[in-house]
Design a binder for this molecule. Structure first.
Ligand SMILES: [Zn+2]
Length: 116
């Protein structure tokens, strides 16, 4: 295979394409490719890159969910802070505390992207 060259075309650096001058390393479906242009290697690289982009998209999406829920999370924490200092022997205070807990759970679900 060393007498063959890669069958891919590459840019000449301006406007045109020219044949790749690298020696062929692999044959795929009757066509020869160098190590740079091997379609199997390129497909693996693309697959890895797609997985990296998908992970980044997912992380960015989670970050935005938390940012959107931040005001509700803060309000729920403040309500809990207020409610937990009250006398919980009092029925109204227990109701207020329970409402604050529920608000907190709703805010957490929103931050996690769960529908309620
Ligand atoms: Zn090549």
């Amino acid at each position: 295979m060393s007498d063959k060259t890669c069958g891919e075309s590459v840019s000449d650096g301006i406007w045109n394409r020219k044949p790749c001058a690298n020696p062929a390393k692999v044959e795929r479906n009757g066509k020869f490719y160098c190590g740079v242009h091997d379609p199997v290697r390129l497909a693996k690289l693309r697959s890895k890159q797609d997985a990296i982009y998908a992970d980044r998209f997912e992380a960015r999406n989670k970050k935005h969910q938390i940012e959107r829920a931040a005001p509700e999370l803060l309000a729920a924490l403040q309500a809990l802070d207020d409610a937990c200092c009250a006398d919980l022997e009092d029925r109204e205070n227990r109701i207020t505390f329970r409402k604050a807990l529920i608000s907190g759970r709703v805010a957490i679900a929103k931050a996690l992207g769960e529908t309620t």
